[in-house]
Design a protein around this ligand. Structure first.
Ligand SMILES: Cc1cc2nc3c(=O)[nH]c(=O)nc-3n(C[C@H](O)[C@H](O)[C@H](O)COP(=O)(O)OP(=O)(O)OC[C@H]3O[C@@H](n4cnc5c(N)ncnc54)[C@H](O)[C@@H]3O)c2cc1C
Length: 510
């Protein structure tokens, strides 16, 4: 069985639930997969969490789940075993083999606290053995407090614990340096330089036995665990890590990691973080995912719309026999004739009239058009005229690549209001070789016989307007021709008339 989701959140602690809430509220199809082992499950109450002070951690998570569910978020108990990158999707495989796919994933799997290897510490974790003076210090303030020093960070913890009580003892198996001894002694802190061998709960207090056999009783012992991250399930994604203890995932403020579809929040990115920080990070990661997906939704829509527009051209060509005359446009021929031939790219080459003329006049020509039918007809025209033109089906200069001495966009108009003419022309400019030219020939005005211009008529701009809209870097381009040229034509009723062609010939400085 496989389900498709906008987002899968791995880990249903405070970070994961906050991300899920944001995603649910953004109407994203979201699944939370949770192993049900939040880091603070050992503590009966939590503190330092505004508005929830003293609340059991499990109660906050239950409320969080309820809230997320009310926005359509779904939940599954279980553990994720593997994350597989499938380009536009991530496959999420659970340990029981269940598979889901998601457009984005939030990793909020937290950390594990690996306590010093002292018998009894694990059993008392969250009761008389505490990890953080901010979370549980007030409750033991003024009592007999100990600190188990295992790293440089422990020295900072001693300073914080001393703020809570005058009765503080610090246990260390390594001698402190002189500065530390001076500072601790000045604050009345007792130093026990002996290895702690056991810690056992006794009637609400903790009895600590050292290597020498001495026993010390404290009401609480602060002992920082080493953070351990279990990210084996994401190994295939090679996510960037930081060099902080535990090598947490590297993520920015929106939770974005080194993988575009993977976001992360909570202790997995900040092992030192408490509940409020993890909630905030989760909330930002949920918004980060939604923002990424929203942008992707627009990009996908544009791609689909482009395909639809291109298909309409193909239908148009395929519906009739030859569409155009097969002759070069007179304005194109007049502007190009004096130029030294080189390589040329004809954008929107249609049935090949301009491209074949260019080839006949010495240009090594490539023609590109979105319609396969048009390209086939253009190739046939070139063959019939005995010239070689590289005709391709594609969308714009970017689909061809390379640089050309001449890029021609001749009557690149469309009746569709969302035709991205300016983007195509800017792309065309990017494919002009240094010293080469961009030639844009357009309908500068509707034909005189058109009494009314229909709403759906192609956008017609003067060459001046077009030049300013193109917004090319001025010192990289020199305008050689910016003018409207009048051309003789015959109206549909057979009477003589004229057409106004816009001509924009731009030279890219060498
Ligand atoms: C004893 C103790 C007491 C604490 N007390 C406080 C306090 O009073 N106030 C405070 O602010 N902070 C406190 N903290 C810190 C707090 O626990 C963390 O800040 C918070 O839990 C981090 O939230 P999180 O969502 O990142 O991770 P977690 O809460 O640890 O949640 C991670 C979730 O992910 C799940 N998971 C892991 N791997 C997978 C997998 N592969 N697939 C699916 N699910 C997975 C886990 O089972 C877990 O449910 C305490 C910490 C400890 C150790």
């Amino acid at each position: 069985m496989q389900n498709e989701w906008d987002a899968v959140v791995i880990g249903g602690g405070v970070a994961g639930l906050s991300a899920a809430q944001m995603l649910g509220r953004s109407r994203r199809r979201t699944l939370v997969i949770d192993g049900g082992m939040p880091r603070n499950r050992f503590a009966a109450h939590m503190h330092g969490v505004l508005g929830h002070d003293g609340r059991p951690p499990a109660e906050l998570l239950a409320t969080g789940r309820e809230e997320a569910r009310s926005y359509g978020v779904e939940f599954a108990d279980g553990a994720v075993a593997e994350l597989i990158d499938e380009a536009d999707l991530l496959r999420v495989v659970r340990t029981d083999g269940t598979m889901d796919t998601a457009r984005a994933v939030v990793i909020a799997t937290g950390i594990r606290d690996v306590l010093p290897d002292v018998p009894g510490l694990n059993q008392e974790w969250g009761r008389t053995v505490l990890h953080c003076p901010y979370c549980h210090g007030w409750e033991v303030a003024g009592r007999r407090l100990g600190v188990l020093a295992t790293s440089a960070a422990s020295l900072h913890q001693v300073e914080l614990v001393r703020q809570l009580s005058d009765d503080v003892v610090v246990f260390t198996s390594e001698p402190f340096d002189e500065t530390t001894v001076v500072r601790f002694t000045a604050r009345g802190i007792r130093i026990v330089r002996d290895e702690v061998r056991a810690a056992h709960g006794r009637e609400g207090a903790l009895e600590i036995t050292t290597a020498s056999g001495d026993r010390h009783v404290v009401d609480a012992l602060f002992a920082g665990g080493a953070p351990e991250l279990d990210l084996g399930f994401a190994a295939g994604l090679d996510l960037a890590r930081t060099d902080a203890p535990g090598a947490p995932l590297a993520a920015d403020l929106r939770g974005a990691t080194s993988h575009p579809r993977v976001f992360a929040a909570g202790n997995v990115t900040a092992p030192f973080g408490n509940v409020p920080l993890s909630m905030g990070a989760g909330s930002m990661a949920g918004a980060g995912v939604n923002g990424m997906l929203a942008a992707e939704d627009f990009a996908l829509a544009v791609t689909a719309r482009t395909a639809e527009r291109n298909a309409a051209w193909e239908e148009r060509y395929a519906a009739e026999g030859r569409f155009w005359s097969g002759r070069v446009n007179a304005t194109v021929a007049a502007v190009v004739a004096p130029l030294e031939p080189g390589t040329a790219l004809d954008l929107g080459s249609g049935e090949g009239g301009d491209a074949v003329w260019l080839a006949e006049h010495g240009w090594r020509t490539t023609g590109v058009d979105v319609s396969t039918t048009a390209v086939t007809r253009a190739a046939a025209l070139a063959a019939s005229r005995g010239v070689d033109v590289d005709f391709r089906t594609g969308d714009g200069a970017a689909s061809v690549g390379g640089e050309f001495d001449l890029v021609l966009a001749s009557f690149l108009h469309s009746w569709e209001p969302d035709f991205p003419r300016l983007r195509l022309l800017r792309e065309a400019a990017d494919h002009v070789a240094p010293g080469g030219r961009l030639l844009i020939v357009t309908h500068a005005a509707p034909p005189p016989w058109a009494r009314e211009v229909p709403d759906h008529a192609p956008v017609m701009r003067t060459p001046d307007e077009e030049l300013s809209l193109l917004a090319l870097v001025p010192d990289q381009w020199q305008a050689e021709i910016v003018e409207v040229r009048r051309r003789e034509a015959t109206a549909p009723d057979g009477t003589p008339a004229h057409l106004d062609d816009g001509v924009l010939l731009l030279r890219r400085r060498a």
